[in-house]
Design a protein around this ligand. Structure first.
Ligand SMILES: [Zn+2]
Length: 622
């Protein structure tokens, strides 16, 4: 059941320890936006597509379960399924996420075992990052870059946090390092770190650039963005693009990346809020100022995948783009995209003097920036009121009416009646029109239903590894029969008090449905094998999705804590009666066959058996 027998196993004791130190709500909350509901947390299932939440996490029992698609398990199972890892790798990942120190032997094991073909790509990016960092920190050729970064107010702590490095002005620097490390030509070609010549040789893609690694949601380096380091030769400088990114490939898809997401996630979840910036330098500036939950897309406009990822993690997004016209246009586009594709609340931070966040922090300092970002936000309507003025001559009646009409559509989208009322008053006053006329016009506006216009390209997930999880179809919920309920109750009792297994065997009870039989056989073999049984350990070894989901469903049942003798008797009787009824049907069929074939002896023998079974059944019903 556990895969990879040749690898050094993490002992059960260590697994249990990690489990005890981990809160499943915290881990799953990093992937799914969870809402508290009674003892449980609910959210949209990450394993199947849905609009109303059927995914729940039980914090007391430390399970997750989806009654839409039937998946379920413990914290390790969740990471395993979502990230497409082996069980052992999932244990290591959970330990990493929770900051629980783990002996290095398991870490290396998990990396060696990784059968993921992308592993070498992550590894190469990681190596390149270490080399670039070393050059920046410790060498003479890194001096110019250090000066440049100092001027940009990036201190050593920030350089360390964002793993910033420097690619020296040589076309064969990283080529040599990587060839020495024994990477193959295929690996080097796939890495995106090199340019391959016609003769098959490689050159460094990045040179004379300050290197910013781009990480995926889990902190793995998937690409770089290199900022050209200006030299004294202006003509040379002009030939170079300011920023150069790794090409897209197996592990790097610009449409999916949100810069800083792996650092921001925790705060995003806690504050239910994310800041969205235009560039990653802005994210770093915000981070430095004390806003860790900033994100940026990679030089592209927002994509559906990115919006959905943000939507799953937070309730509110704060748009903080450049103060220039291009930035304002970008905000306008972003608002429409978020409105179309999410239910997120939005607010806007407008920066003065056409500054971008990075420039603003440099000019006015971190404190002033945080003040602005947190306490000078505009609502979407306020932004629109300003934005839609640009290029319009509002002295002209025609243009004024067009402006008001567009603005009323925006006002219609405002949820709060009080807010609407306030803005109506302001508009009436500003344009000297009657409030009633505005109100009347407003009431006539019909907005297209936002949900109807949403176009989801199902089911593209922003995370590379997540997209490997096969989406499974939703089970049709069928009402359980009494018999099924009885079998589940019996399993529930066994899970909670394994000693009942002896009684079960003495009573000669057998499960009827195949799925319960399978679960029972595994339960029994574990109990017999190790003399003890816990549900969490059971989930560790159950690798079959359908069994695991069922086990969690059973273990989450809401039944009286104590089992009464009456309950045991009722359940056992129900199951036994069913057995006998089944047997009766079989015997009657056999009897009929014997009669047709004139096998009188057999027919008589079966008749006796049938009478006995019927008697048994009668006795049980009394
Ligand atoms: Zn589901």
């Amino acid at each position: 059941m556990i895969e990879g027998d040749e690898m050094a196993r993490i002992p059960q004791q260590v697994i249990d320890e990690i489990r005890e130190k981990t809160d499943i709500v915290n881990i799953i909350g990093q992937y799914v936006q969870l809402k508290k509901s009674g003892k449980n947390y609910t959210g949209l299932c990450p394993f199947h597509e849905e609009r109303t939440p059927s995914f729940s996490v039980a914090s007391d029992r430390q399970f997750y379960h989806c009654f839409g698609c039937g998946r379920g398990g413990n914290v390790f199972n969740f990471i395993q399924e979502l990230e497409g890892l082996s069980f052992q790798e999932a244990v290591v990942r959970v330990a990493e996420m929770e900051g629980i120190p783990l002996s290095s032997q398991y870490m290396t094991t998990s990396k060696q075992v990784g059968h993921n073909k992308n592993d070498s790509l992550y590894q190469m990016n990681q190596h390149a990052c270490e080399v670039y960092q070393h050059i920046l920190k410790n060498t003479q050729i890194g001096q110019a870059a250090r000066n440049y970064l100092e001027k940009r107010q990036l201190d050593s702590e920030l350089l360390e946090e964002f793993q910033i490095g420097f690619a020296p002005d040589r076309r064969d620097f990283l080529v040599k390092v990587f060839e020495q490390r024994g990477y193959t030509k295929e690996q080097m070609a796939a890495s995106g770190l090199f340019v391959q010549l016609e003769n098959g040789n490689f050159m460094d893609r990045f040179y004379s650039r300050v290197m910013f690694p781009i990480q995926d949601e889990h902190g793995r380096i998937i690409a770089f963005s290199g900022r050209y380091l200006p030299t004294d030769n202006e003509a040379d400088d002009k030939r170079q693009p300011k920023y150069l990114n790794s090409p897209e490939g197996e592990i790097f898809n610009k449409r999916e990346v949100l810069f800083n997401l792996h650092r921001a996630k925790g705060t995003m979840r806690k504050n239910q809020e994310a800041y969205l910036f235009e560039g990653f330098m802005d994210v770093i500036a915000a981070y430095k100022s004390g806003i860790p939950n900033g994100l940026a897309s990679m030089g592209t406009s927002l994509t559906e995948q990115q919006i959905r990822r943000i939507d799953k993690l937070v309730h509110q997004v704060v748009l903080c783009y450049d103060g220039d016209q291009a930035g304002q246009d970008a905000i306008y586009r972003a608002i429409s995209l978020f409105e179309e594709q999410s239910q997120l609340k939005m607010s806007i931070v407008s920066l003065p003097e056409r500054l971008d966040p990075d420039e603003y922090v440099k000019k006015y300092g971190a404190e002033s920036f945080v003040q602005l970002a947190q306490h000078s936000r505009q609502s979407v309507f306020q932004f629109m009121r300003q934005y839609k003025r640009t290029g319009r001559n509002l002295e002209n009646d025609q243009e004024q009416i067009a402006y008001l009409n567009e603005l009323l559509i925006e006002l219609k989208k405002v949820d709060s009646v009080i807010e609407q009322d306030k803005y109506l008053n302001q508009l009436a006053l500003e344009f000297n029109v009657s409030r009633d006329a505005l109100q009347q016009q407003l009431s006539q506006i019909q907005l297209p239903s936002p949900v109807a216009t949403v176009q989801y390209d199902l089911p593209v997930e922003p995370d590379v590894s997540v997209s490997q999880v096969p989406k499974i179809s939703v089970q049709v919920v069928v009402k359980k029969t009494q018999l099924q309920k009885a079998q589940e109750l019996l399993l529930y009792r066994l899970f909670n008090d394994p000693s009942l297994n002896k009684r079960l065997k003495a009573d000669e009870v057998f499960f009827i449905d195949e799925i319960y039989q399978e679960i029972y056989v595994l339960f029994d073999s574990i109990l017999e094998g190790q003399g003890s049984f816990t549900i969490q350990q059971f989930l560790d070894v159950l690798q079959e999705n359908h069994l695991r989901g069922k086990v969690v469903e059973i273990a989450s049942m809401n039944v009286p804590k104590e089992m009464s003798d009456q309950e045991w008797h009722d359940v056992i009787t129900l199951i036994k009666k069913h057995r006998i009824q089944e047997l009766l049907i079989t015997k009657k069929n056999e009897q009929q066959l014997a009669r047709q074939q004139h096998q009188t002896d057999l027919e008589l023998k079966l008749a006796v058996e049938i009478i006995q079974l019927t008697k048994q059944l009668k006795q049980m019903s009394q």
